[in-house]
Design a binder for this molecule. Sequence first.
Ligand code: PMP
Length: 426
Amino acid sequence: VGGRPVRDIRLDFPAFATAGDARPTAYLDSAATAQRPTAVLDAERDFLEHHVAAVHRGASAATGDSTTRFEAARADVARFVGAGEREIVWAQNATDALNMVALGIADASAGIGGADAARFALQPGDEIVLTEAEHHANLLPWQRVAQRTGARIVPVRVDEHGCWSVDDVAAVLTERTRIVAFAEVSNVTGQIAPVAEVAALAHRHGALVVLDACQSVPHRPVDFAGYGVDFAAFSGHKMLGPNGIGVLYGRDELLDSLPPARTGGSTITKVTMEEARFLPAPHRFEAGTQAVSQAVGLGAAVHYLEAIGIDAVAAHEEAFAERVVAGVSAIPGVRVVGPQVGERRGGLVSVAVDGVHAHDVGQFLDEAGLIVRVGHHCAQPLHRALGITATTRASAHVYTTADEADRFVDAMGEVRGFFGLGRKVS
Ligand code: PMP
């Protein structure tokens, strides 16, 4: 990957220090949360050991140093996603970031934020367009907005594989469409959305575009400014970074007028007993003491991914998915969800096994030394649309090997036989 053999890259990760094991456990659940390289752990530890002081508060050299490191991490993240520093707001994770947008819009609809925020206000009957494939993190916050404003959720239906197209979005847009929200890469199907095309289409209808970039930023090159999206969200823990830190991206000209979902210290210019005036973005959204060492760790994760090259990471993971899809598609009674053989997808593959519940598949794989994700992957409407209750997902990151892909395929070849179905493979 990026000129380095995977076995060399694995040495960067303490989690894979299993030199003595003949057959180490295969970690195939990076789409849920990724392993962390030593560089990230060291960056956090170094900050905590030598650089702790209140950020953006006080006038000492020590606070200046901690603030510089905190803001340098923001600049690293901004560069990585094609954004300006002012456009990067720290959040806890993608879920938190999506809630910040949704709650800001709900507040604006209730008159909070005054005339500046009126551009975000929804009226009863306005429409929020979401695909059926969305993660609950990009669905439930919009349900709350709909409940508070009287707006309506309009679904973009998926096909029999769980995929949707620009035409499917175009078909549901109306003059009432105010928001179009979707994931760049689905955490279940692995479909890669045509982000710039959808954004341009939505903007022609005067809608805001919200991108769930949780499964794209950690795995492939993104360019939020180039896409033309209005907001985007992603998590640190899926991109080799720490837990407890995520990012809300907002277009510069929008962020200063979106009401902050949380208010409190560090967000204001002037406070009286009755009211407050807020700082410009990003600080107006960062109420209270922030996850500083985690932000610094995320900056280190960006440096790590940049050193390998995010294009190389994407190519490596797409090769993993291609190998798994090709292998699994040849197994009777095992169905690949999402793009099929020969179609492009991100580095994850979900499958449904005829006659065997995903939880039983998961247990079988666990005994075979494979860590995967089973269940509805926080995407119940998608599974309902596909007529299945649960799937089994294998997902990759920079440290995943071709051998691990093959082990997953081999195990899937045996699972139905193990449960007494189909042709038994001994
Ligand atoms: N969106 C997608 C597409 C995801 O895969 C996930 C994580 N499974 C999330 C949102 C939520 O991320 P987090 O739990 O880190 O907030």
